[in-house]
Design a protein around this ligand. Structure first.
Ligand code: SF4
Length: 62
């Protein structure tokens, strides 16, 4: 599966990074970076939690 982020919606609150630090990371300027886009079984559960927890519904997993 692939994860994408709508960076126009993202408010850089680091919720996703807290739940899936192997996939999401805020850089030094507080911009969200994706460490990977292809999500394997090992990251699926944590990314699903991040999708459900993002207050801006900015994350898509498809
Ligand atoms: S949880 Fe959503 S709003 Fe917060 S940093 Fe991640 S993508 Fe952005």
């Amino acid at each position: 599966m692939k994860v994408t982020v709508d960076f126009d919606l993202c408010e850089s609150n680091a919720m996703c990074e807290a739940l899936a630090p192997d996939v999401f990371e805020l850089d030094d300027d507080d911009y969200l970076q994706l460490k990977k886009e292809d999500i394997g079984p090992e990251d699926l559960e944590s990314v699903r939690r991040a999708v459900a927890s993002c207050p801006r519904t900015a994350i898509t997993l498809a």
